[in-house]
Write a protein that binds this ligand. Sequence first.
Ligand code: NAP
Ligand code: MG
Length: 400
Amino acid sequence: MSKIFMKTPLVEMDGDEMTRILWSWIKEILIEPFVDLKTEYYDLGLVERDKTDDKVTVDSAIATKKYGVAVKCATITPNAQRVEEYNLKKMYKSPNGTIRALLDGTVFRAPILVDGITPYIPTWKKPIVIARHAYGDIYKAVDGKAGVGKAELVYTDKDGNKTVQEIFDFKDGGVVCAMHNTDKSIKSFARACFNYALDLKLPLWFSTKDTISKVYDGNFKAIFNEVYENEYKEKFEKAGIEYMYTLIDDVVARIVRSEGGIVWACKNYDGDVMSDMVATAYGSLAMMTSVLVSPDGIYEYEAAHGTVTRHYYKYIKGEPTSTNPVATIFAWSGALRKRGELDCTPDLVAFADKLEKATIDTIEGGEMTGDLVGLFKKEGVTPVKLNSREFLQAIAKRLA
Ligand code: NAP
Ligand code: MG
């Protein structure tokens, strides 16, 4: 059998622990036998990040800008315990944070749906994709405690003119908080959301609380509206999808009643909270994909979960683990499909579709990893727990 041709390499970002093991098995069992795989390889494992003073992370992001599509394995974000465990020179920043800052991206998270795993909200038939703005608001806020006295918000313009607004005149103790965002970041966020909705041909809903936060959230609403009217309205009409702005509480009510099939654009905090709610309601974090999209159309695919440390410690003791590789497989298929679309290589796009279908068919046929066995209920099918390699081999049988 001749292998599928690739024109342009993918940027491959390897990672840590159990997901690093799954990474090499996915390539060995599901990709390399079928695709003449071309990648530009960057090792983002913690050992190599330490060796290069984290330069490898920056290099991988620059390569992603050059080639346009990357696939990333989960990586350790070091804390004090990891600094000791890996004898690190310093506590490096989150690689995802570094890459996001360089690509100026928005993160989209979507569940992988399987017949037999019913969401806790059973009317959800299609994915709900959460688009989270990943800059500012309370994540970059300044806050503090107040005693008796007046708290004020002071703005000094470039000529030194001051505007002072009273926040609250405290008669007793309390707390204050000031946060910000930038028009540039909100515009990038808006474009990434509009582009992604067009890509998936799904309607886009954007929510804030502008009835209460008239200036702050009102600015988000106005920027989205302006970007839509000037740049995307015609494209949306052509694609037959709608853009809707509404209040966050209204969206929450609508989402619960919906059957899914929506991209929901959220401000930073809303996206943080709602993506965990949506992921849990669909069944499992191991079935959630994540893609970072920049406003100029650069894509980085990954699984939403971490490096599954507990399973890795079992693996290095020589015990087989039943770690779920589905989200990582979908990171690869997502990246291969996007590469195929950009390069006009339809065979590669078809392979990505086939790989995803084979993965879903394997689970629906009753073969799955341990985390899914307890969730799976389908008439006439008794779920069987496989270890990670057996599960990958079961998928590969359907690809041959
Ligand atoms: P985690 O790796 O997502 O794992 C948490 C738990 O969720 C696991 O112990 C496991 O539960 C379950 N789980 C997650 N993915 C699974 C899978 N594919 N198959 C089966 N079970 C799965 O999160 P964490 O333990 O908080 O973080 C571990 C490391 O990952 C940390 O160093 C963190 O910095 C890093 N991390 C990286 C990323 C990223 O690169 N995007 C994201 C998050 C965390 P059981 O143990 O009960 O089986
Ligand atoms: Mg969260």
